[in-house]
Write a protein that binds this ligand. Sequence first.
Ligand code: C2E
Ligand code: MG
Ligand code: MG
Length: 758
Amino acid sequence: MHRKFWLSERSRHLYIAIAIALLAGAISLLKPLDITAWAIQSRLSDRDASGTIALVEVGAYTDQNAAEENRHIASLIRKLRARGATRIFVNIPLRESNLPSVDEELSRVLSDNLDYVYVAGANLPEQQNATQDLRANALSFERLKGFDNDVSQDFLRFVWTIRAEGDGGRESLAFALSRSGQKRTEVFIDGTIDSTSIPRLNQGNFDLAIDRIDVPDTAFVIGVGQLGNELRVAKHGYVTNSVAHILGAETLLRGTGQRVAFYVLPLAIGLALLLGVWFARTPRIRRLVYAACVLAFVSVFVGTGLAGVQAHFADTLLLLTVYASLRGLVLYKQRHLYIDPITRLPNFSALRRDFYASEGQGNQGVVVVKILRLDSIFAHVSEGEKRAYLRQVSDRLCITGKDTKIYFDGGKYFAFMLDGAIDYESHLSGLRAIVSQPIIIASKSIDVAVTVGADFSSKGLPAHRLSSAIAAADHAREAFQPVFIVSDACHDDEWDHSLTARLAEALAEDRISIKVQPQVDLKTGKFVAAEVLARWQDQAGNEISPARFIPQFERMARLDELTGRILDKAMAALRSLQDTGCVLPLSVNVSAVQFVDDRIAEMVEKSLRDYAVDPSLLKIEVTETARIEDFETARQIVERLRSQGITFSLDDFGVGSANLEALQRLPFDEVKIDQLFIQQLAGSCKTRAIVEGVLHTTSRAGMTSVAEGIEDLETHTWLSSIGCDRGQGYFIAKPMVISQFRNLLELNRDVMSRPDYG
Ligand code: C2E
Ligand code: MG
Ligand code: MG
C-alpha cells in the first residue's frame, strides 16, 4: 500500500461522510426524512394492543353541556367502581358547570374513590394549557392522584414520543397507565400497535363491552371519543390525546419504545465501512463490505421497526449517499476523465495521478514509447483498425510484466512505470525490438516504428519526470539512439541547458568540422567514395557525437544551417581533391525531415555553384526516412536534385528509421544496409538471409548496395562473396580528416600506378 491506509482517498471520503452525517444529526437537519422512515416502519407489522387498557369514550365538553358531562363522568366512575375497576384515569378537563349540585355530586364520587381515580392535571390548578382547562375551584382536586397528559408534537403535529413526566414533574398518562416502573425519560410510540385493537367503551356498547373485559386488571381511560384534529400518530392519522397515551403505555408494556441516540447508527455503519476500506485487500472484498453495510442498514431499519425501537436513519442514509457520491465521482473521473475513449486505456492524467501515488515506493522510473509516423498510418486505416493497432502496441508493451499498467495519451505516446532496480537499458532495447515488429491487421502488414524515452532519475516531481521522459522519446532518434534514458548517472549533454548556447557558439565560431570515412568496392578493394560525418570538438577538446548534437540542432530549428555548413565543407574538400586530381564522390548526410520544402535543394545547388563542383561527385544520404510524412514533396525535391546529376542513398536501411516504403516511393540510387545487420552477420544465419534478400532486391532494382559498419575480415569476405557492391567500416578505415583522406588517396594512386601493382 503506497500511502498510510488511514489516509487513503477512500478513508478520507469516509471521514467526510461521517462528519457530515453527524453534523446533520446534531442539528436534526433531516428530521423530515426520519419521520418518513418511522412512518414506513409503522407499516411493517400490525400488533394487537394488550387489552389491559380500555378507552371509555365521552363526548366533548362545551360550556353548554358541562353539567351533563360531569354527571356522565360521575356515573361512569360509579359504574366502573361497581364492576371492580381499580384504575380509572379521567383524561378530560373537568369544568365547573352551571349546576352546582351536579358538580358536587362529581366531587363526591371523586373523593369517595381517591385511591382508584386519577385525574388529568389534578393538584395543579395553576396549570393552564389547551388540553387542561381546569376550573378547579368548584371541584376539590387537592387530594386526588393526578397525571400529566401533555404531548409534544412535531411540525406536522405528529406525536412520536411521550415523556415520562410533564413539565410539573407529574408522571405522564402513558407511564401511569403502564405502571412499568421503568427508569426511562420517554417512550417512542411503537407504530406497529394497532390502535383499533384498544378496547373501547361508549354509551352505546358499555354494558356489552365491559362484560368482555377483565375489569379489575384493566386500566380505564375516560377520554374524549370524538376527534378534534388535535394530534397525529404514525399509521393511525389523527387520534385523541388518550389514544396517543394508551399507545405509549402499550409500548411500555411491550418493553420497547427505547430511543437509540442519533449518532449510534452513523458511527456504527461508518466504522464498519472504515474497517472494510482499511483492511479489504481486493475490490471484490471491498464491494462485499459495502453490500454488508447496506444490508446491515436495511436490517436495522426493519429490525428496529418490528421491535418498536426508535433509531435515526436519515443521517446514516446521508453518510452512505455522501460516500457513494464521492466514490462515484472518482469512478466517473476514472471512467471518463482518466480513460482514453478509443483504446479504453488509462490516459496520462491517470499516469500523473498514479505516478504521484507511487512516490516513495522504491525508484520507479517512467517510460514513454512514441509511435512514429502514426498520422500517416492512420490516414489509411479505419477506426476499428486504428483501435486494433493501438491495442496491439499496448499488448506488446505489456511484455514488460503482466501487471504493468499501460497508459496512452490519446495521441502517439504510450507510457508505463518501470522498476529502476532492473537492468532497464537492455530491457528497454529488447522491448523496443519487440514492439517494432510489423502489425498485421485485416491481413495488412503495418509498420511500427518507435522511439523510447525514459526517466529514471531520483530527483524532480513526477510531472516533470514524465515530461522529461516524453522529451527523451522525442529526442531519441530511430537511427542511432532509439532508446534515450535520463538518469542520475547521465549528465547528458542533451539535457545540459548550456548545450544550446554552446552549439550556437560552435556555429558562430565555425567549430563544427567534418571527417570522411572511405568506402571500398568490395570486388576490387578500391576506394570508390567516402561519407562525410559531422564532428564537433567543444572548447574542452571533447569530441561530441553527431548522435547527440544533431537532434539538438533540429530542436533549435538550425538543422538547415548545420547542413549548409557541412555541405560547404564537403564541397571545399571536393574542390581541393579535384585540384589534386585525386577525387572521389562524397556522401553528405541529410535528415529526411529537411525534405519538406525547396530550401534543401537551393542550399545544395548554391553550395555546388559556390565551389564549382561537379554535381555527380555529390551523393546525399537521406537519414531518418521513417519520419517523412509527405512523400510527394520529398520525391519532387529528390527528382530536382537528381536531374542535376546528384545521387541519393537511403541510409540505415532495415531499422525502423528507414523502411521499404521509403525505398519504394523515393528514387534512390543506393541503399546502405544498417550496421545493426552487418555486425550480426557472423553470428546469425537469419541476419545473413535478410541481408542476402536486401542485396538481391537492390540489385534487381538497379541500385548500388553499401554495407556500413564492417568491423572484421570475416564480414568483409562474406559480403564480397555474396555480391554486396560496397563496404564501409572500421575494418576498412575509420573516419578521418580530409588531409588524411587526401594522403590516403594519393598513396593509393601511387601504389596502383606502380608497374608492379597487381
Ligand atoms: P550514419 O550516417 O549511419 O553514419 C555511420 C556511423 O557509423 C558514423 O557514426 C560512423 O562513424 C559509424 N561507423 C562507421 N563504421 C563503423 C564501424 O565499423 N563500426 C561502428 N560501430 N561504427 C561505425 P557517427 O559519425 O557517430 O554518426 C552517427 C550518425 O549521425 C550518422 O549515422 C548520421 O545519421 C548522423 N550524422 C553524421 N553526420 C551528419 C551530418 O552531417 N548531417 C546529418 N543530418 N546527420 C549526420
Ligand atoms: Mg550516413
Ligand atoms: Mg547509417
